[in-house]
Design a protein around this ligand. Sequence first.
Ligand code: 5GP
Length: 205
Amino acid sequence: MSQQGVLLVLSGPSGAGKGTICKELLQSLPELKYSISATTRAPRTGEVHGVNYLFVSREEFTGMIDKDELLEWAEVYGNYYGTPCHYVEQQLNNGQDVVLEIDIQGAMQVKKKFPQGIFLYIMPPSLEELADRIYKRGTDSLEVIKKRLSCASGELSCAQNYNYIVVNDEVAQAVKKVQAIIVAEKCKATRNLDCINNLCKSTAK
Ligand code: 5GP
């Protein structure tokens, strides 16, 4: 049986650049798979059902909760978001690595179920820079932007519950750091017990 894949959980305040970092990681690491979340949020211009999110109604979402189909779920900025568990479990069991891009509430639920995952928090260099990035992104209304910014400082204080913090000052550097963390995780002795045992057996002959 192949070794279980690594579960990477990325969080960070809106505008910290998790989406960009995630995209770069997926392009550079072919064995890394993206878990598509379900959400009750309306699609933004250019977003596609089944690619960016599974866009579902509130009834469909509560149905998924009732059927125990979600690994975690949370209400974020007034909408529901959740991770379908089937895909994540299937990929990990096939030895593929999986990345979840989810909020803190969801990440802490996953941490209870998968403490062996990598929990990584993407920080903006400053709150001013964060505000600037959200305004420049231009994908949300002023009301939504204000809601997201007012949540940011509270969210940042929860970062200590993660295993790693990466400050996204410069995307290429931040991506390199996340890649290095994944490599280090794969080299952990606890993930390589079979390799150690096989080597010990062959040298004992
Ligand atoms: P956005 O609406 O900007 O796409 O996402 C809003 C927030 O919801 C982000 O912090 C994002 O990480 C989070 N999010 C996206 N998918 C999920 C999910 O499946 N579960 C949880 N708990 N949060 C999610």
